[in-house]
Design a protein around this ligand. Structure first.
Ligand code: GDP
Ligand code: MG
Length: 247
């Protein structure tokens, strides 16, 4: 029956850059059941980021980028000889397992697993050109910003309006009007933490290691790359990719 496994040999194009995006399944429901802070729950973001870090250590991508319940990875070495089914299934299950075990370590969520269905993520493979990679991450970051504006606006409106009314107002207003609405309530989005506005990145950063050579009695410096979780990302642009990702 091996011949029936018709998708198992499907491979990513070898001339493309490969991005994998993972997204939490039914996380709107999960966030209600686990009573996440609205619109942003730092502990949830930390748990997801820790799981992302574990995924980074396993597959050494060039860049990982997350906001809300999604994570995008720009692959360096292509794992599993580029087999799409393997990449999608292993990454999604790895992240689900890592996220669940990190969640379980938090005493706040003890016993919660009797009340929720097992946590899962979906996964998709996205082949891109080198320029397409920059455009892709810029697009996801714009989505993070839209999410931030909509999230703060929605939960601010919910203080006074029903769910349906708040949704209606949100749909009718332009983003500049939403900024004004928030400003009137004392919320200046530009002052919100960078991870809420721009998401969180994980990538390797060059660091200088100071040493000492006992033979020459001289100080030495060497360079090493260390995994860095960036909670203070700049806006993605060509320069960011040129300096931090492609080097
Ligand atoms: N309260 C809260 N909810 C969050 C947070 N991050 C993500 N979420 C929820 O996760 C959802 C992710 O969106 P989406 O993937 O479209 O929804 P899904 O299909 O239900 O997973 C959001 O709509 C929120 O409900 C957070 O920090 N706090
Ligand atoms: Mg989701």
């Amino acid at each position: 029956m091996k011949e029936c496994e018709i998708f198992s040999s499907l491979k990513v194009p070898c001339t493309s850059k490969i991005v994998v995006r993972l997204d939490g399944r039914n996380f709107s429901q999960l966030s209600r059941k686990l009573k996440f802070e609205k619109p942003y729950d730092l502990e949830f973001a930390e748990i997801l980021s820790k799981a992302a870090h574990q995924l980074f250590q396993e597959f050494s991508p060039r860049l990982m980028y997350s906001f809300s319940d999604e994570i995008s990875l720009l692959l360096g070495e292509i794992p599993f000889a580029g087999r799409v089914e393997k990449i999608d299934s292993v990454m999604a299950s790895f992240l689900s397992g890592a996220f669940t075990s990190n969640l379980m370590k938090n005493p706040k969520y003890h016993g919660i697993f009797d009340k929720i269905t097992p946590i899962s993520f979906d996964s998709r493979v996205i082949p891109l050109s080198k320029e397409g990679v920059v455009a892709y991450f810029q697009e996801r970051q714009q989505e993070a910003w839209r999410n931030c504006l909509n999230g703060y606006s929605y939960w601010t409106l919910r203080r006074e309006y029903s769910k349906t009314e708040a949704m209606e107002i949100l749909h009718k207003k332009k983003s500049s009007q939403l900024h004004d609405l928030l400003f009137d309530k004392g919320i200046n989005l530009t002052q919100m933490p960078a991870w809420q506005r721009r998401g969180v990145g994980i990538y390797k950063k060059k660091i200088q290691i100071e040493g000492f050579n006992p033979l020459t009695q001289e100080k030495t410096t060497s360079e090493r790359k260390k995994v860095f979780v960036d909670w203070n990302l700049p806006l993605f642009d060509e320069k960011f990719f040129h300096e931090k990702i492609w080097f």
